[in-house]
Structures are given as structure tokens and as C-alpha cells.
Design a protein around this ligand. Structure first.
Ligand SMILES: CC(C)(COP(=O)(O)OP(=O)(O)OC[C@H]1O[C@@H](n2cnc3c(N)ncnc32)[C@H](O)[C@@H]1OP(=O)(O)O)[C@@H](O)C(=O)NCCC(=O)NCCS
Length: 193
């Protein structure tokens, strides 16, 4: 378990995977990042697509921990219940860099500082225990709540292109970011050691 101030992070298991999908893609917060009307170019995936190994899907190792250098998912737990999901993944990046992704399960649990705390806690863990020196997170520019929360967690917008963080073999796959070059905000957090 990774301890934060407001939340703890508990390694997610395969039994959690479907509800984690539903929190992201079948919930009242889905419209913040996917599907029409605001994100017609980011269609809502099926559960099978979410789990697929193509294009960085949430394959089994995020929920079993067998590839900790490639990625891992965690439930965000607020003392009473799981309120969201956060993951890191490094399989596609240059050495020493990790990308983060997260979502809170419903509006009632957004805006309470859980997301920011999860991001700070996981980032510190990755730096202290996994030797990660630089974190990136890449929401839509139009997801102003996400950009604001990530800024509170110490992330700063960069003008660097996504390709500068990616391992060469993944530039053609992920080089444009999830929202395309014009709409993907790239935020970074660097550690000194
Ligand atoms: C983005 C998300 C992870 C942030 O986590 P969170 O726990 O809600 O974040 P926090 O409560 O720590 O901070 C949110 C901040 O955004 C602010 N905010 C809320 N609505 C906002 C808006 N429309 N525009 C700008 N800022 C906004 C809040 O006031 C708060 O800032 P403050 O503490 O200075 O007042 C969470 O809101 C979420 O999952 N949203 C829905 C799904 C999503 O967008 N996921 C991210 C995909 S990249």
C-alpha cells in the first residue's frame, strides 16, 4: 500500500478491472475525456478494447504486478471506499520516465483533493522506490479540471513534443498524444535525484 495524506493506493486486481473500466468509460465523468459531443475523436472503447494489448490497453499485468517496470494500476481509497484508479506505465518511454493516468469514479468524489494526493503519492513512490526521475501526464487541453489538479500536484506544462519522451519504437504509435498534437497538454514533473 502507498500512503497519502487523504487517500491510500492499493494495488488493483483483475477482479477490479471491469469496475475500473466502468468508472472511466461508462460513468458520469466519461464526458470529461471521451466520446461525443466534446471528444468525438476519442470514441468510448468497449471493455474488450480497454483490456486489449494493442495501443497500450490495460492488459493483465496492470492488475497482477508481474511487470512492475512496465506498469501497474492502483485503487485510490479514501478510508471508506475506492473512489478512483491511478496507474503508471513506462513500457513505451525512455529510461527513467513514467507516464501516469487517472480517473475518479463519480462527480461526488471529484474536487476533494483525492486526485492530487494520489498523483503526489504515486509520483513519490516511483521516484523513491523505482528510480523514476521524470513523470509525464497528458490530458486534453480542454479538460481544465484535470490540468488544474495536475498543476497542484507539481506538474508543469511543457512545449516539448510527446515524441521526445517516447522510446523510438513507440513514436509512430503514441507520438501525437491521446487527443492529437493540437489538443494534448503535456505536463511534466521532474525529481532532482
Ligand atoms: C481530473 C481528476 C482526476 C482530478 O482529481 P480531483 O480529485 O477531482 O482533483 P482535485 O480535487 O485535487 O483538484 C481539482 C481542482 O480543479 C478545480 N476545478 C474544478 N472544476 C474545474 C474547472 N471546470 N476548471 C478548472 N478547474 C476546476 C477545483 O476547484 C480544484 O482546484 P482547487 O483545489 O484549487 O479548488 C478528477 O476530477 C477526475 O477523475 N475527473 C473526471 C475524469 C477525468 O477527467 N480524468 C482525467 C483524464 S486525463
Amino acid at each position: 500500500m502507498i500512503k497519502g495524506d487523504k487517500i491510500n493506493l492499493i494495488p488493483a486486481t483483475l477482479d477490479d478491472r471491469r469496475k475500473i473500466y466502468e468508472w472511466c468509460f461508462q460513468s458520469e465523468t466519461t464526458k470529461c475525456h471521451s466520446g461525443p459531443p466534446d471528444y468525438p475523436n476519442n470514441p468510448i472503447p468497449t471493455y474488450e478494447e480497454f483490456c486489449s494489448s494493442d495501443d497500450g490497453g490495460y492488459t493483465e499485468y496492470y492488475f497482477t504486478g508481474v511487470k512492475p517496470k512496465d506498469g501497474r494500476g492502483f485503487l485510490i481509497v479514501n478510508g471508506k471506499e475506492a473512489v478512483g484508479f491511478i496507474s503508471y506505465y513506462s513500457f513505451h518511454l525512455k529510461s527513467g520516465i513514467s507516464e501516469l493516468d487517472m480517473w475518479i469514479k463519480d462527480e461526488a468524489n471529484c474536487g476533494k483533493g483525492f486526485g492530487t494526493d494520489a498523483l503526489v503519492s504515486l509520483g513519490n513512490y516511483l521516484n523513491e522506490e523505482m528510480g523514476i526521475r521524470e513523470l509525464i501526464i497528458a490530458p486534453s487541453e480542454r479538460n481544465t479540471r484535470a490540468v488544474r489538479a495536475y498543476g497542484k500536484a507539481g506538474f508543469v506544462k511543457t512545449d516539448k513534443a510527446m515524441s521526445e519522451f517516447l522510446a523510438d519504437e513507440y513514436i509512430s504509435v503514441f507520438g501525437e498524444g491521446d487527443y492529437g498534437t493540437g489538443d494534448t497538454a503535456i505536463l511534466v514533473k521532474r525529481f532532482n535525484a
